[in-house]
Design a protein around this ligand. Structure first.
Ligand code: APR
Length: 169
């Protein structure tokens, strides 16, 4: 089942929350900053041993002080107008996060709106990509949550969820 919710992803009691990280995996602002703040310093120490993460890929770590058991860090693309492979990179970020979750027996997972903040990806196309990839994995999870930080973002996700009923990778 795919659901849209509004709130702070760090407070969700799910098997995994996904972090919109940067390639260093050592923390930053936005949701990255919030997740590292809530998980505590062990997350950064653990991630230091991972050697970074290329755009479109995903890495998994324990949740440490978070209610979530795992953090799946993924790196979305920076928006450069849409002609530099950004859509495929964003699809890969969602797909690799979900595949990594399956490999780790994750049954409930929450995503922020990857790349739509600092990285400047336009919200509507980003939400459409997110929902399209989530549809491809929906049957293999108990719950896939799109955790939006504001009602206006949640409205965009709810609209995409109504319009996009099928998987499209
Ligand atoms: N819970 C859920 N969503 C959140 C939270 C939170 N606590 N904090 C921010 N968000 C939302 C933002 O409002 C936005 O909709 O997460 C979405 C992604 O925005 P960013 O966090 O800016 O992530 P992104 O656009 O992918 O940029 C990643 O920003 O913080 C740095 O280190 C990070 O370099 C990386 C870049």
């Amino acid at each position: 089942m795919i659901e849209v919710c509004t709130g702070d992803i760090t407070r969700l009691d799910v098997d995994a929350i996904v972090n919109a990280a940067n390639p260093s995996l050592l923390g930053g602002g936005g949701v990255d900053g919030a997740i590292h703040q809530a998980a505590g310093p062990q997350l950064r120490e653990f991630n230091r041993g991972l050697g970074g993460c290329p755009t479109g890929e995903a890495r998994i770590s324990p949740g440490f002080r978070l209610p979530a058991r795992h953090v799946i860090s993924t790196v979305g693309p920076v928006w450069h107008g849409g002609e530099q492979g950004e859509p495929d990179l964003l699809k890969n970020a969602y797909r690799h996060s979900l595949e990594l979750a399956l490999d780790n027996r994750v049954r409930s997972i929450a995503f922020p709106a990857i790349s739509t903040g600092v990285y400047g990806y336009p919200l509507v196309p980003a939400a459409e990509i997110a929902i399209s990839v989530m549809r491809c994995f929906e049957s293999r999870f108990d719950l896939i949550l799109a955790c939006c930080f504001s009602q206006s973002v949640a409205d965009v996700y709810e609209d995409a969820l109504e319009r996009i009923a099928d998987c499209s990778e």
